[in-house]
Design a binder for this molecule. Structure first.
Ligand SMILES: *[C@@H]1O[C@H](CO)[C@@H](O)[C@H](O)[C@H]1NC(C)=O
Ligand SMILES: *[C@@H]1O[C@H](CO)[C@@H](O)[C@H](O)[C@H]1NC(C)=O
Length: 220
């Protein structure tokens, strides 16, 4: 018996060593996994889209050089937008994005891009000026159907036009003290119901009076 034990014991020791090593590795992995899960949940609860940090205001919206017939359309729009970060601890980052002027709610008329990345620190705001002309979005402008131009020329006679401003923005929300981590969100700000009164005898200019609050539906 004694001799058998002596023979086996190096193997027992070795096996015991492996078991201890495996246990250490497993518990370390569990601890690290749990911490990551905990930190991830914490960051999400502070920086998720559900915290609703971003608000958007349209400060000014104007139309110039507006010419429309049943078959052709030319116009320039200018929009001044202010993005406000109402959260006290999050930095909101907006990637470069494209914006569209629509006739009423859904007929796209013109595209313009904002080429800069906007970082909006906690409780700060940033204003961007967007000019819509035929050169925006690398010259790739929406195709406007004859039907829409007919509606526009009919509305022009009435003296006012209805527009909306839409954009799609890939944003990220990150915590001040945890830069780099954060939550990605696809935002679709919507400035709807922009009623522009046409001025001048030819009705080629127009603007909205006062500011306008835009909505940013919470991403799902
Ligand atoms: C434009 O279209 C409207 C409606 O179809 C029509 O009544 C009008 O005569 C057209 N105007 C011109 C200049 O073709
Ligand atoms: C924008 O808001 C208007 C008015 O609330 C709504 O009718 C329209 O469907 C919205 N558009 C988008 C793309 O969310």
């Amino acid at each position: 018996m004694a001799s058998l034990r002596c023979k086996l014991s190096p193997y027992f020791n070795k096996a015991r060593g492996y078991i201890v090593l495996v246990m250490i590795v497993v518990s370390l992995a569990t601890a690290i996994g749990f911490s990551l899960w905990f930190v991830g949940n914490y960051v999400d609860s502070k920086s998720g889209p559900g915290t609703d940090p971003l608000v958007l205001r349209l400060d000014a919206f104007s139309l110039s050089n507006f010419e429309v017939s049943n078959w052709s359309l030319s116009a320039e729009w200018e929009a001044k937008l202010t993005f406000g970060n109402q959260n006290g601890g999050l930095i909101v980052t907006l990637n470069p994005f494209e914006s569209y002027v629509n006739y009423k709610e859904s007929e796209a008329l013109s595209c313009a891009s904002v080429d800069a990345t906007l970082h909006i620190p906690p409780r700060k705001q940033k204003t961007v000026q967007i000019k819509f002309d035929s050169t925006g979005c690398e010259g790739e402008q929406p195709y406007v159907e004859d039907r829409v131009m007919k509606h526009l020329s009919e509305d022009k006679k009435k003296g006012y036009l209805s527009f909306s401003l839409k954009m799609h923005i890939d944003a990220s929300y990150s915590m001040k003290e945890l830069l780099g981590m954060g939550t990605q969100a696809a935002l679709n700000p919507n400035c709807s119901g922009l009623k522009v009164e046409l001025l001048g005898s030819k009705g080629t200019e127009g603007k909205i009076n006062g500011g306008h609050k835009c909505s940013i539906p919470l991403p799902k």
